[in-house]
Each structure stands twice: as structure tokens, then as C-alpha cells.
Design a protein around this ligand. Structure first.
Ligand code: PLP
Length: 415
């Protein structure tokens, strides 16, 4: 798909793009936050829109020549509102993190209190981790999962909320495999006079397809990434009610960003249109069916899956019981060597460092995009288990590597 001009003028970048295209085609992408967008989304993102300044919002810009930008951004807004049944959508956040920053900036003052899910239990850096701005500007307390069940401990959440008296409660996660009870968290938030922000970064596609509970209308604010399960242009968005529309828009621009990335907003618009089609619902259902099948097959092979399974597109394997000597880092590297890309991940009750960890997170959005159903997923689950059981067996590794080659050739991403 490379333009030959780039290959002539800049071999370093051109070759790296070509090599990355090969890497994506020839490996199984099982990082839960990644996906493969359509060629149409790529076309929109790689367009002349990258040249244009469009500070402001549709029909209210600080620059001339924005009529086409208005058309594009309005399409993205209208489609997001339709997908999520939202009164208001802001599609300008450059990323999911900036969407969260926008909400914090809109309704909190420095020093205010945020209550969010512990990072080791599936939370996200932008929910108040000490290395992130959110952990430095705000006072943060965390809730977690029940160590026995792996499910959010709502009673604990409630009692921490009453003790800590937060100004904002964040629900949502990067590595928690179960649905959140958004209504219950909204009730807790109301009881302590706090806002509720539901961060659906990972599950934007599942919510859009109506196969995961939609927090819009339940939480005060909903933020998301637009490049994960929803498979649209890279970036973030905020969904909210008419009541907070102006506050949120001002917090994004001029509050936290300058000119919007119009090429990415076009990619969002194109991806949202795709997500409104009936076959996207089929895609989202298959993504979850594949994750459930993966969890079940791994469990049958003796691996321990946090919370005993999944409701969504990802699962978390805790290696401590089945493979006490294999770290998340070891597993990630060994699987990468045969063409399965996933990430090490901390697990509830983690004792190792975040660079080593005792778990792996596995997601099905990208392999489902390339056409995998349960039968391919079962094979992949068995390859994963085989390799974890016999990490030093080179013959096994090369056999698996060959099987992955067959699979990737049978299911190309881009024709
Ligand atoms: C991925 C993710 C984000 C951040 O998205 P970026 O676009 O990488 O900034 C925010 N919240 C959660 C829960 C996420 O999983």
C-alpha cells in the first residue's frame, strides 16, 4: 500500500512502514487494545486534512476555510451520538487520556478527589496513577476486586466512597474482564455528591454494538478511545448530556488542546459509519464469543483465568498457580517468538514489578477483524498452553510458528 515516492525519498521511514505492515500481516495481534482499521479509515487518516487548522467547533471556528472540516466533524459527532444514544459528543480529544483530562479539567479543581480502580486490578494510568498528571493534580483513592472472585468488590467501593468522600468516581478499565455495574456506581456517586465518569476506552465497539451495557445516560460523563474495539480513527471522544455540553467542549478546546487532528476526526467519522452497519454487530458478537472460547480452552488446559472467564473481548491469565516459574515477561517474549503478540500484565495481588508481572492479557478484537472464529481460537489457545508448558522445546516452537504462518496467510488483513 506504500506510495513509491516515499520509498525513493525516505527509505528509513518507508522501509519501517513496509516492515510494520508485514509484521501485522504475519503475526497474530492479541494485544487487547489494538485492532486493524479498514483501508477507508487509513485513507481518511492519511489525507490532506492533516494540513488544516480548525480550532473551534463546527460553524464556530477561529480560522477561515473550514467548511469541509465542519462537514467532517459534524458527521463524526452525529454518528457518535447515534451509536451511543448520546445527547452530546465531543470527538476532538487527541487520545483517550486527553478525553479523561478534559472531564477532570471540566469539573474538578486541583486537589479535588478521585476514586478509581486500582491499576493492578485493571485500572488505567489516567485514572490517578502517581506517575500520571492525574495522580499529581488530584488526590486519589482506589477500589479493587475481591481477591477470591476477581469481581469488583462493590461493598468495598461503597465504603471507601463514604470514607474518602470523592468529587469524582471513575469506572472503567484496561484489564478487568467483567462488565461494570454502572448503575450501582452512579448510585454510590450520587450518595456522596460526586460525579461519575465511565471510561469505556476498551469497550467502545461492544457498547456501540449493544452487546455491552451502555453507561450513557447513567454516568455523567463517558469517555472512550476510538481505535480499540470500535476500529475507527485513532483518538478519543467524550459523550455527555446537553447539560454538560458547553463545559466539556470548553475543557477540550481551548482548555486542553489547540487545533483538532482533522485527519483523525475523519478516520473516526468513517469508522463510526462502519460501526453503524449490521455486520459490525456480528463482528462485536464474534469478538466476545472468541474471548469466551479462549478463556474456556485455556482453563481446560489448566491455566487460571482471573474471575473465571470474561464478559468482553479480553481476559487475564494469572500464571502463578499453573506456571509459578514463568513470569508475564517470559510468556510475552516466548509467545512473540512464534508470532503471537500480547502483553504481560499485572494481576490482582501482584507481587512482581510491572516490568515483569505474573500475568498476560489476551484480547480478540484484532484476530476477529481478520476473520477468526472459535475453531481458529481453540487452536491458538492450545498453542499458547503448549508453549507455556514446554517453553524450552524448540521443535514445538517451530511447529507452532509454522501453524501461525498458515493461519495468517489464510486470513489476510489487507487484501
Ligand atoms: C486505552 C485506555 C485509555 C487511554 O487511551 P489512549 O488513547 O491510549 O490515551 C484510557 N482509559 C482506559 C481504561 C484505557 O484502556
Amino acid at each position: 500500500m506504500l506510495d513509491s515516492n516515499l520509498a525513493e525519498t525516505d527509505a528509513v521511514v518507508a522501509n519501517a512502514i513496509a516492515a510494520e505492515e508485514n509484521r501485522q500481516e504475519n503475526n497474530l495481534e492479541m494485544i487487547a487494545s489494538e485492532n486493524h482499521v479498514s483501508e477507508e479509515v487509513l485513507e481518511a487518516q492519511g489525507s490532506v486534512l492533516t494540513n488544516k487548522y480548525a480550532e473551534g467547533y463546527p460553524n464556530s471556528r477561529y480560522y477561515g476555510g473550514c467548511e469541509h472540516m465542519d462537514t467532517i466533524e459534524q458527521a463524526a459527532i452525529d454518528r457518535a451520538k447515534q451509536l451511543y444514544d448520546a445527547e452530546h459528543a465531543n470527538v476532538q480529544p487527541h487520545s483517550g487520556t486527553q478525553a479523561n483530562m478534559g472531564v477532570y479539567f471540566a469539573v474538578l479543581n486541583p486537589g479535588d478527589k478521585i476514586l478509581s480502580l486500582n491499576l493492578n486490578h485493571g485500572g488505567h494510568l489516567s485514572h490517578g496513577h502517581h506517575v500520571n498528571f492525574s495522580g499529581q493534580f488530584y488526590e486519589v483513592e482506589q477500589y479493587g476486586v475481591d481477591p477470591e472472585t476477581g469481581y469488583i468488590d462493590y461493598n468495598e467501593l461503597e465504603s471507601v466512597a463514604h470514607e474518602f468522600d470523592p468529587d469524582l468516581i471513575v469506572s472503567g478499565s484496561s484489564a478487568y474482564p467483567r462488565e461494570f455495574d454502572f448503575e450501582r456506581i452512579s448510585r454510590v456517586a450520587a450518595s456522596v455528591d460526586a460525579y461519575h465518569l465511565a471510561d469505556i476506552a476498551h469497550i467502545t465497539g461492544l457498547v456501540a454494538a449493544d452487546i455491552h451495557t451502555n453507561p450513557v445516560g447513567v454516568a455523567d460523563f463517558v469517555t472512550g478511545s476510538t481505535h480499540k474495539t470500535i476500529r475507527a480513527g485513532r483518538g478519543g471522544m467524550i459523550l455527555t448530556s446537553e447539560e454538560y455540553a458547553e463545559t466539556i467542549d470548553k475543557a477540550i478546546f481551548p482548555g486542553g488542546q489547540g487545533g483538532p487532528l482533522m485527519h483523525n476526526i475523519a478516520g473516526k467519522a468513517v469508522g463510526f459509519k462502519e460501526a453503524l452497519q449490521p455486520d459490525f454487530t456480528e463482528y462485536a458478537k464474534q469478538t466476545v464469543a472468541n474471548a469466551k472460547c479462549l478463556a474456556e480452552t485455556l482453563q481446560n488446559r489448566g491455566l487460571s483465568v482471573v474471575s473465571g472467564g470474561t464478559d468482553k473481548h479480553l481476559l487475564l491469565v494469572d500464571l502463578r498457580d499453573s506456571h509459578p516459574d514463568v513470569t508475564g515477561k517470559d510468556a510475552e517474549e516466548r509467545l512473540e517468538s512464534v508470532g503471537i503478540t500480547l502483553n504481560k500484565n499485572t494481576v490482582p495481588g501482584e507481587s512482581r514489578s510491572p516490568f515483569v508481572t505474573s500475568g498476560i492479557r489476551i484480547g480478540t478484537p484484532a484476530v476477529t477483524t481478520r476473520g477468526f472464529t472459535e475453531s481458529e481460537i481453540k487452536d491458538v489457545a492450545n498453542y499458547i498452553a503448549d508453549l507455556l508448558d514446554n517453553p524450552d522445546d524448540e521443535e514445538l516452537a517451530s511447529n507452532i510458528s509454522r501453524e501461525i504462518d498458515y493461519l495468517t496467510q489464510e486470513y489476510p488483513i489487507y487484501e
